[in-house]
Design a protein around this ligand. Structure first.
Ligand SMILES: Cc1ncc(COP(=O)(O)O)c(C=O)c1O
Length: 420
């Protein structure tokens, strides 16, 4: 892929093809675009493209032919890099056999076996399409297992787009939320209080491996908190659900809390599992096997073999190439470099979160003006950084692409300095 991006500050996004597609979209799609990828509705800089043409490795190209080093990985699904050869080969092979052939293929069993061998707590696996499928199914299985109703979740934690979990209230009724009780992440006392208030009726605690709120700083989990969640669930007979949809396979292939010695009862995976192909997984322990079997879990496309073949290739490739270690070392380089850029340019840039999924924020920047100046300038230098969501490092990034991102970040910090 050739680079057409300029090293000078010219506007790249919103080119003629992007603008034409936006105008057509506004006629046939409510609001012109929906959800978290709607650039006009989510406070993104005006030069950000809405539409993309292609992507390879760590690079994406928009419909106007501008190429960017990408640090969003399609908001998480791309783990090994776009169009990874081993994954694409597995996909082609499966396509030649068929994707939907009246029932599951052997890939279903092979992928379940692979996850049972790879994910430490897993004795079984079931597959869906999206993260929301998996988190929803985990809650249903927990309720089936316990006969209880309440689900405890961290305040502002995102677990999916269904009416129970969506952060946007439009179209949601009180009844959709009545069985959700909130606690503060990393605050065991608040979790204990939420459990005590619902004594005898807590089906599950659902928690993400680290705290990734939309607009605030991210926080690693306190190991004592994770151990406390485990102990509380064991004490009151509730199910511990680890929502791995965002973090899964990026921190530890065995499960994100394996490093701190805490095992969930159920995990929800999606995003990175198929390196961009649509698949999610619920993994669970033997104690929940019968409950999982009792719940009606299905979807018209849940048994597609191509995403399963992609997932098998993705997990093998990640494990065989030490992908997590590679991403970690590049993430460290990125985060250290960003902090140095902030210091050099004397800008109040905060970098938080896991190094493979860092997030930036400027102090006293409630309307994201400074973050947008930073990211808009980086985009002009051919690097796609996001102003309010965490970024994602992939195994296709190299020291070279990270250093190029840091050069663009330095230009962004310089622009911020001038606009202070
Ligand atoms: C932690 C977490 N859970 C659940 C979801 C929902 O996944 P999906 O959008 O695939 O339904 C997301 C999506 O970003 C997520 O980050």
């Amino acid at each position: 892929m050739t680079t057409t991006s300029s090293s000078s500050a010219t506007t790249l996004g919103s080119g003629v093809h992007d603008r034409a597609l936006r105008a057509r979209a506004h006629r046939v799609i409510p609001g012109g675009m929906y959800g978290h990828l709607a650039v006009e509705k989510t406070q993104l800089p005006t030069n950000f493209p809405q539409f993309y043409e292609t992507a390879v490795g760590a690079h994406v190209r928009d419909v106007d032919g501008n190429e960017y080093i990408d640090l969003m990985c399609s908001w998480g699904p791309v783990l090994l890099g776009y169009a990874h050869p081993a994954v694409e080969e597995a996909v082609r092979r499966q396509m030649s056999l068929g994707d939907i052939n009246n029932g599951p293929s052997a890939r279903l069993v092979e992928l379940a076996e692979l996850l049972v061998d790879t994910v430490a707590h897993a004795d079984w696996a079931i597959f869906g399409k999206n993260g929301t499928d998996a988190t929803t199914a985990c809650c249903t299985i927990a309720r089936a297992a316990t006969g209880r109703t309440k689900i405890l979740k961290a305040t502002t934690a995102y677990h999916g787009s269904n009416p129970t979990f969506t952060p946007i209230p439009a179209g949601v009724t009180d009844a959709d939320r009545v069985n959700i009780v909130e606690f503060a992440f990393n605050d065991l006392a608040s979790l204990e209080a939420a459990a005590a208030e619902n004594d005898g009726d807590v089906a599950a605690v659902i928690v993400t491996p680290f705290f990734h709120d939309g607009f605030g700083d991210l926080a690693s989990v306190d190991p004592a908190f994770a151990a406390g969640v485990r102990a509380l669930c064991d004490r009151i007979g509730a199910v511990l659900i680890l929502d791995e949809v965002r973090a899964g396979f990026r921190l530890d292939v065995r499960g994100s809390w394996e490093r701190i010695g805490v095992r969930p009862d159920l995990s929800a995976f999606s995003k990175a599992l198929g390196n961009g192909y649509p698949i999610s997984a619920i993994t669970g322990t033997d104690q929940l096997r019968d409950a999982a079997d009792s719940v009606y879990l299905t979807g018209s496309f849940w048994l597609q073999s191509v995403p399963m073949a992609a997932a098998i290739a993705t997990v093998h490739e990640l494990v065989n190439t030490g992908g997590v270690e590679h991403m970690n070392s590049l993430g460290q380089r990125l985060v250290t470099g960003l902090r140095a850029v902030a210091e050099d340019h004397e800008v109040p840039l905060i970098v938080s979160g896991e190094v493979t999924m860092p997030k930036i924020r400027f102090v006293d920047d409630p309307d994201l003006r400074l973050a947008n100046v930073f990211c808009s300038t980086a985009l002009d230098f051919g690097v796609f950084l996001h102003p309010w969501h965490n970024w994602f490092v992939s195994a296709a990034h190299t020291e070279g692409t990270i250093d190029a991102a840091l050069t663009a970040a330095a230009a962004g910090a310089s622009a911020v300095r001038q606009s202070l």
